[in-house]
Design a protein around this ligand. Sequence first.
Ligand code: AMP
Length: 457
Amino acid sequence: MTTNILTHHDKPTPAPTPSAAFASLSLAEPILRALQAKNYTEPSPIQAQAIPHLLQGRDLIGVAQTGTGKTAAFALPILQRLAANPRPAISRRPRALILAPTRELAAQIAQSFADYGRFLKLSYAAVFGGVNITPQIRALSRGVDVLIATPGRLMDLERQKHVSFDQVEVFVLDEADRMLDLGFVHEIKRIISKLPPRRQSLLFSATMPPAIQELASSLVHNAARVEVTPVSSTAERIEQHVCHVNRQDKCKLLVHFINQKPSGLVLTFVRMKHMANKLVDQLAKEGVQAEAIHGNKSQAARQRALENFRTGRSRVLVATDIAARGIDVKGIALVVNYDLPEEPESYVHRIGRTARAGLDGQAIAFCDNSERNLLRNVERLIRRSIPVLKGHPFEGTVSAERPSQTLEYSGSGIDRPHRPARRSGGFRPSGSNRLGSRSGGKSTPRPAFNKAGFSRY
Ligand code: AMP
């Protein structure tokens, strides 16, 4: 279970055989032992690419989304570096600083450090808003080697002189694109300006729009660049479908799919916070117990909902996009896009919550008449048409005016089981080449906060 403050120290246990594939990356024995305990047999592609550069002390830009194993890609070399040069943790002066956009992700990264570093004598803490600051102040005062933080709370702590960055040897900016979406750009620039000039810097982002490139150039020097699974390519193991359905039938259709998966976890995405609460109530009327997770919930409520979901106590979780990247729960059998997202990239992040760590998964998008454009934007981004699902109770209630006029498979028709898009040739634009361009199909990103300053998620 993740908590707001998470510290961990050495716990010796018998050594299993370390993985040869990880050993070839020159990772130290206590780290290999921890990986063995996690049953990691082989490095993921981002780990295989990034770890050698990072162990050499190079800066790095990583284009990767969650689900690729990017946390270990940066955590393992950081642990190795700190353990190779041991010294007692200094009060309020962490040696490694990791910035994450959401509380859930920060807590999860801290848990990963605790897992991968369980045989090392290092300490870790996560600090983020929405919870009592006092235990965080106390943990910092005791001294932590690795600090994982969300930007707002970190700046509060820095202003109150509970933390300083002058001993930071390694800095990681995780999910940089999400950080900018959430409006953290000023906090991030301020934090970067306070880091010591001699440091190792890493930036990870699922997408690399110009604003992120600019940020990267102010952060890293002579950086290695590694890239896996561009955001436009959805995981190949996820079976994707769309159901054309009237808005008023969506809840009943969701119940149908929930009942079809009597044992698996079902994660449902909606666009707005109030819709998440409403859907939980509607599901309760249909006899389905669900919980909601969104930006208006207290941190304690969010963690409780996540924990209930993780343990299967509530099989259905209704989430907004704020939670999409932070949810790393094994056993999500189905992701439902109850509403299609306004930013097509969110579709990729949402469905990436299933088929984690090598497992298969299913994703179903509900598309009502008002959402046809959103569906088209998603299909342009992922460069494939999402097949229409057959045989559900609301089939045929809405005419599936499919975007086959705009997208087509080269080969047979679109209404067939999903086949992974190839980098070239799998899809082709009909009539023009605009679908070939990633930016061509993108909707303009909307700010994460509305005019009143409230988060939309
Ligand atoms: P991340 O992209 O860091 O959020 O990791 C996604 C999931 O993959 C997490 O559940 C990790 O525990 C898992 N994972 C990371 N690296 C490996 C690996 N080398 N082998 C198996 N699972 C892994």
